[in-house]
Design a binder for this molecule. Structure first.
Ligand SMILES: Cc1ncc(COP(=O)(O)O)c(C=O)c1O
Length: 484
């Protein structure tokens, strides 16, 4: 057995566990035992490897594991630093005066805000190498093509064919600054002069999409839907028919169902007959935990104008503000013309880096890694909440969030506030509805937190749900009413 005295890291070559797993376990034990605290720098991988008589790669693997779990963070310029306190909570960056003033905010360290992906996984050599290649190229003196870099448009077409079964040429791909930018383009392209396009959205749906469409001049109409999306009969009953309908057929947002293929085909027939543009928001179809994803609606045979909208916000990070659309036919011409008028908001160097990352297979490998993590975390949520009599879980088939449906009459907003006071940020399902929500619920994102943070957040939520069941309120009261 070798030891690194200062850190008390042990490795036992006779043990079954790989050396990197043993090193990670020793550091974890030192953190949980209080021997190492937040901000403490771990020895350099070279020094620890020399100390223990192992190869440097073994220590690097162990440190990567600790970073992935949230026990440590990589520091700019090198070095790995402990990031959790012995009680298991992640340490925060030093808080500013405003944060310090508000204790409830200062303790808000377990952030389950839906829609945030696992960006720790991007501390990856392929990602860095794609960016290095992009900045090593000679810098053009002109702006990038307003439709997007040809190499990225080609890479998107190849990727979509492989992953979503969509036959699209590079010419049909338009690079955007994410789904929000795509919706601005749609609202502007479908409007003309005084005409404000009428766009039907699902209720519930992504609140940002409703906000962006309205801000860009559309008249937004919310149509009540269930977990599998809208019923064609409800759309067909709209008179006159709208200009466009925004849908999440592969994974209704946020309820998590999927639109049966027959319903999709009927919807396309209605859209073709009524000349309604179908906006298919394919925001997270790469992540599937139980059932295989449905083919994209844009891949089904139809005469309807279908615009497929995608984004790297969930597969990579919203920090990029980058995505794509597949545009065809006369709507495609209008969208391209609008983009030409507005010019592109997407940086050329970023597009070049993404083109390298996609065409080199980095995105596919990253998504496969993220999928494994999300499946594991979804399992943690199901284990903590799945067997409770007072909740039903929804949206478990895919993605990186789960909906916790609460017993009728439960005050979801009070639960959200009580969780925030205990440092756990979750969303109220009601916030996804334009109309008042018919039943209470919470939405939890499990993409960004580490396993450790997620377990801790779930234990806080479980305690709050227990208290709510016993007292009718998440904050202990004196009435012990059992809520069923
Ligand atoms: C339903 C839905 N569509 C699209 C997006 C991505 O939007 P954007 O590309 O503007 O970040 C999200 C992100 O959370 C989403 O939840």
């Amino acid at each position: 057995m070798s030891r690194s005295g200062e850190l008390f890291v042990r490795v036992d070559r006779a043990a079954d566990a790989p050396l990197s797993v043993q090193i990670a376990a020793s550091v974890r034990a030192a953190v949980l035992g209080g021997a190492l605290g937040p901000g403490d720098t771990l020895p350099s991988s070279r020094a620890l490897a020399a100390d223990l008589g192992v190869s440097r790669g073994v220590v690097v693997n162990a440190y990567e594991q600790l970073v992935g779990e949230g026990f440590a963070t990589g520091r700019r310029g090198g070095g790995t630093v402990v990031a959790v306190r012995p009680d298991g909570t992640a340490s925060r960056a030093p808080s500013g005066p405003d944060q310090a003033a508000d204790e409830s905010v200062a303790r808000a360290v377990l952030d389950l805000t839906p829609g945030r992906p696992a960006t720790r996984l991007l501390q990856d050599p392929e990602w860095r190498s794609a960016w290095r290649r992009a900045v090593a190229e000679s810098v053009p003196a002109e702006p990038p093509d307003h439709l997007g870099l040809p190499s990225l448009r080609h890479a998107v077409a190849v990727y979509l064919h492989r992953v979503r079964g969509v036959e699209a040429t590079a010419d049909e791909v338009l690079i955007t600054a994410g789904a929000s930018d795509a919706l601005v383009l749609v609202a502007m392209a479908l409007g003309a002069g005084q005409h404000r396009p009428r766009i039907v959205v699902e209720d519930p749906s992504y609140p940002t999409a409703r906000r962006v469409l309205s801000a860009a001049g559309a008249r937004v109409e919310a149509l009540p839907v269930d977990a599998d999306g809208p019923r064609v009969a409800d759309l067909a009953a709209l008179s006159p028919a709208p200009d466009a309908v925004l849908l999440t057929p592969s994974h209704q947002y946020p309820l998590g169902g999927r639109m049966p293929v027959q319903e999709q085909l009927d919807l396309l027939r209605w859209a073709a007959a009524e000349e309604v543009v179908v906006l298919e928001d394919d925001y997270d179809s790469e992540f599937r935990h139980r059932r295989r994803p449905l083919p994209a609606m844009a891949s089904l045979p139809s005469r309807a104008d279908v615009v497929l909208i995608g984004s790297w916000s969930k597969t990579l990070t919203p920090w990029l503000r980058c995505g794509w659309m597949i545009v065809r036919g006369s709507v495609g011409d209008r969208l391209r013309a609008t983009r030409a008028q507005l010019d592109t908001p997407v940086s050329g160097v970023q597009q070049a880096a993404l083109a390298y990352f996609l065409s080199g297979g980095g995105l596919a490998r990253h998504t496969a890694r993220a999928q494994r993590q999300y499946s594991h975390r979804r399992g943690l949520v199901a284990a903590a909440l799945g067997n409770r009599p007072d909740v039903t879980l929804g949206a478990l088939d895919g993605g990186l969030h789960v909906v916790v449906h609460l017993s009728p009459g439960t005050d979801a907003a009070a639960l959200v506030r009580a969780a925030a006071r205990r440092g756990v940020i979750v969303a109220d399902l009601a916030d996804y509805y334009a109309a008042p929500a018919s039943s209470p619920g919470l939405v939890l994102g499990y993409g960004a937190p580490t396993d450790l943070e997620l377990r801790r957040a779930l234990s806080v939520l479980t305690t709050l749900l227990d208290t709510t069941r016993l007292t009718g309120s998440p904050d202990e009261g004196d009435t012990a009413v059992l809520r069923d």
